[in-house]
Design a protein around this ligand. Structure first.
Ligand SMILES: Nc1ncnc2c1ncn2[C@@H]1O[C@H](COP(=O)(O)OP(=O)(O)OP(=O)(O)O)[C@@H](O)[C@H]1O
Length: 472
């Protein structure tokens, strides 16, 4: 049994529509995240029971749930859509974990809602497994993120370009409130709801924030931290629209996301990102662009004056320095340095420059610094050797350098070709063993085990994934 306490559903009319999930024909549990269930204080035996499965599929509503689809807007690839909203997700409610932390429990792929427009409200198995694997890897690595509690197949097919097995993801988040949620009310000039939303977000995420300006500052700080985490892993979100930027700072919407194999700063995977707007090295800039949209929404709550605009601008402009500080901390840690100096920036950038020359494997270079194998990843090994002399000189008196590096550099990441392989096996043969192997290995990214060795390897030429798709 789950006890819900739905603070968002207590907001007045206009924030959501009450919408139940649409039952599915033949639900089957394919993945249940027991550590997350424990974190939330949910009974794993109940979640695995027939009643639990029915809830995870959206076929029954547990007591106390008040299912809603949330309204939001968003800038997509720079263009504003005033009306998006949960078109294929339903928020069942919030649970309060044993330590008092509050989490949304949302079913994604749970059927049409009033926000579905022409969509079917469903998801197919592939993106559900992708989101499960990647979000849980991010969580294991300490990156702020939404989480995956369960994946259920529906026994129904969904039509994309072809017929594909349908699935529902149970997503857990500290909230699903997005920059686009603020834009929804700002675009309508609805200052009352904007104020209520800001108060709700402050109470929920930043209880010591003193008002709208402070709220903006906190979101800027949270995003600077999150984006630095992405950069340190070679992660490319792929669709950083403002409706996919959470005000909590959690990474949300793993649609066309991917991790780079070979290092290329302007790397793009998403099939719909024709101009590289959301390329790896553009992500900090796009974060500023998105935060400027949030700032515009909050100006009316900050006095709506020239001073308010100037203050909001100053706060958004604090992002680069905050981000640079986090970037330096993160990349310095990857080299074994916990208290970076400004001069370390040049050392890091020199390494990245060498990596870019031959598109050295991002993950293997950094993991290889710990075991002496990094050199093998470079085309120009002499240059790497020269760099390594300077690096060794920098860390020789740092007693914890080896431990710091070992914790900062994962042995393996969710490589695209491995995710695709796990999805293909599940889709074509109903075989979830590659998925479960990958899931276990990604939850433990600092440990080596023989059966996980192949998961750390870059793709063979015929395995390279060139493009990712929103996939819905
Ligand atoms: N199959 C679908 N049916 C109905 N609406 C959809 C469908 N796929 C996407 N949408 C809606 O289109 C918009 C943009 O989709 P996008 O892929 O960014 O979000 P998502 O992956 O569905 O959701 P989230 O951002 O919550 O992870 C959202 O409003 C989403 O609800």
């Amino acid at each position: 049994m789950i006890h819900f306490d739905n603070s968002y559903a207590r907001l007045p009319q206009g924030f959501f529509t009450r919408t139940a999930p649409t039952p599915v024909r033949d639900p089957k549990l394919v993945a249940l995240n027991l550590p997350l269930a424990a974190r939330l204080g949910l009974d794993p035996a109940w979640l695995q029971s027939p009643e639990g499965l029915l809830m995870l599929a959206g076929n029954t509503l547990p007591e106390g749930a008040e299912p809603i689809a949330q309204a939001y807007a968003g800038h997509q690839f720079g263009g504003f859509s005033p009306q998006l909203g949960d078109g294929r997700a339903v928020l069942l409610g919030e649970v309060v974990a044993p330590d008092g932390a509050r989490f949304d429990i949302q079913l994604k792929g749970s059927g049409p809602t009033p926000f579905s427009r022409r969509g079917d409200g469903r998801a197919w198995l592939g993106p559900v497994l992708r989101e499960y694997l990647v979000s849980e890897f991010m969580a294991a690595f300490g990156v702020p993120t939404t989480r995956a509690l369960a994946a259920v197949t529906t026994g129904e097919q969904v039509i994309r370009e072809t017929l594909l097995p349908g699935a529902v993801l149970t997503r857990v988040a500290s909230s699903h409130i997005r920059v686009g949620t603020f834009e929804f009310y700002a675009a309508r000039g609805d200052r009352d709801r904007l104020r209520l939303l800001a108060e709700h977000v402050i109470a929920r995420h930043y209880p010591d924030a003193s008002g709208a300006a402070d709220l903006l500052q906190r979101v800027v700080e949270a995003q600077a931290y999150t984006i630095s985490c992405w950069m340190g892993l070679g992660f490319i979100h792929g669709v950083m629209n403002t409706d996919n930027m959470s005000v909590s700072g959690e990474t949300i919407d793993y649609g066309p996301c991917a991790f780079m194999d070979g290092y290329r700063p302007d790397k793009v995977f998403s099939s719909i990102d024709a101009y590289g707007r959301y390329a790896w090295n553009e992500q900090p800039n796009i974060a500023v662009w998105n935060l400027a949209q949030l700032a515009s929404c909050l100006v009316p709550l900050m006095g709506d004056s020239d001073e308010a605009v100037a203050e909001a601008t100053r706060i958004v402009h604090s992002f680069p320095a905050l981000y640079q500080r986090e970037w330096l901390r993160r990349f310095a840690a990857k080299l074994g340095i916990t208290s970076p100096r400004d001069t370390d920036r040049a050392l890091i950038e020199r390494l990245l420059g060498l990596m870019a020359e031959g598109q050295a494997d991002f993950t293997r270079v950094f993991a290889g610094l710990s075991n002496g194998k990094a050199r093998d990843e470079f085309l120009n090994r002499d240059s790497f050797d020269q760099w390594a002399v300077d690096w060794q000189a920098r860390i020789k008196d740092l007693p914890d350098a080896a431990q710091v590096m070992a914790r900062a550099n994962p042995r393996r990441i969710p490589r695209n070709h491995r995710i695709e392989e796990a999805i293909a096996q599940a889709r074509d043969s109903g075989d979830y063993s590659p998925f479960h192997l990958l899931d276990a290995a990604l939850r433990d990214p600092f440990t080596d085990r023989p059966e996980w060795d192949k998961l750390a390897l870059p793709p063979q030429p015929d395995e390279v994934v060139q493009r990712t798709f929103c996939g819905t």
